[in-house]
Unconditional design. Structure first.
Length: 345
């Protein structure tokens, strides 16, 4: 049974780890754990904050009983520049030369302050005139990369790979080459990622600067709750007209409507670009806020597209044997699972 680096998802309010093994093409879960995060070291240049953050990471790894020091980590989309490019079909050598000029156009800061990378998402088999390939261009401020390397090093871990959250989410969600055309909504604490998947490949990504925390703040403001109380009411009642008189849902609705507006724009863009082709067949929700009761019905009713909550644990051979606290939190773990799968792809 082969075992490779584990996935480490450092969120705004929690840290999640997933460690997988693979045998004969099937995944097995070695370890998974989620812990609240009170340190702010990933956003801070303070040595004290960074040491506290390193200790928090150590605690998460120890709690999960992970024994490998090698880790794959994702950078938050709100801290990186991401662009999917359509480019002529190029060799790897030609792409290495061309990508710098593309980066100059799409990364709005001096390139000497940025670490940038690219990944070919789809390359057509035919090289006929007009054929294009899709390339994901990612740039991250070098200061952020350095900070992650320092803090993770302080925790006793060694970075194997760094990527963006959307790649990790997509990897955990796309199950095969026949995956239906999908609009993916990943709602994190601070922000929301929207991606369109066509022919099992990401063709569009978009970042929306609102997430689950904004919903909690709206509930807190409407009911004079603390944020902790608002989080609890959100968890208990969700977006539902049948519980608590639908009052929590009404507080959540303006935030969800702002996300829905961007979703409709993405659908319109897809429809315009791919006239006559298979439309978007489903919406998938992931991230902690995807567990909000009734949120799938909200997007189904307002978009006209069937919406479901992702279950990334279905990749596992032993998924039926997982404890409920793990299986019930599948949407929370999509980034960590995608990171843990990275080296098996």
């Amino acid at each position: 049974m082969k075992s490779l680096p584990f996935g480490l998802d450092i969120g705004a309010s929690s840290v999640k780890v997933v460690w997988l093994s693979q045998d004969q093409g099937m995944f097995f879960l070695n370890a998974a754990s989620s812990m609240p995060l009170f340190a702010k070291g990933m956003q801070s240049d303070s040595p004290f904050d960074q040491e506290q953050m390193a200790k928090a990471l150590q605690g998460a790894v120890k709690n999960a009983k992970i024994t490998t020091p090698f880790v794959n980590v994702a950078l938050p989309e709100n801290q990186v520049y991401t662009r999917i490019l359509e480019m002529p079909v190029l060799s790897d050598k030609e792409l290495s030369s061309a990508i710098y000029w593309e980066a100059e156009q799409y990364i709005p800061v001096p390139l000497n302050t940025v670490t940038f990378d690219w990944k070919v998402l789809a390359k057509p088999k035919s090289t006929e005139a007009g054929a294009t390939m899709k390339v994901l261009l990612v740039g991250a401020p070098t200061t952020i990369i350095d900070r992650y390397q320092k803090i993770i090093g302080l925790s006793g871990l060694t970075i194997n790979a760094v990527e963006t959250e959307i790649l990790s989410v997509a990897r955990s969600v796309i199950t095969d080459n026949n995956f239906p055309n999908t609009l993916l909504i990943h709602i994190g604490a601070i922000s929301t990622l929207i991606a369109i998947i066509k022919d099992a490949t990401i063709i569009f990504t978009y970042f929306v600067p609102v997430g689950g925390t904004a919903i909690s703040r709206a509930i807190a403001a409407d009911f004079s709750f603390t944020i902790a109380q608002a989080e609890e009411y959100k968890r208990l009642y969700g977006y539902s007209s049948k519980t608590f008189g639908g009052k929590i849902g009404k507080s959540s609705e303006p935030i969800l409507m702002s996300i829905l507006t961007e979703v409709k724009k993405a659908i319109a863009l897809y429809t315009d670009k791919f006239k006559g082709e298979t439309p978007i067949q489903q919406i998938l929700l992931s991230g902690g806020t995807a567990k909000l009761a009734g949120i799938d019905l909200f997007f189904t009713e307002h978009s006209g597209i069937q919406t479901a909550i992702v279950n990334p644990w279905k990749i596992l051979k032993d998924a039926g044997q997982l404890p409920k606290e793990i299986t019930g939190s599948g949407p929370d773990y999509v980034v960590a699972i995608g990171l843990a799968m990275r080296d098996y792809a």
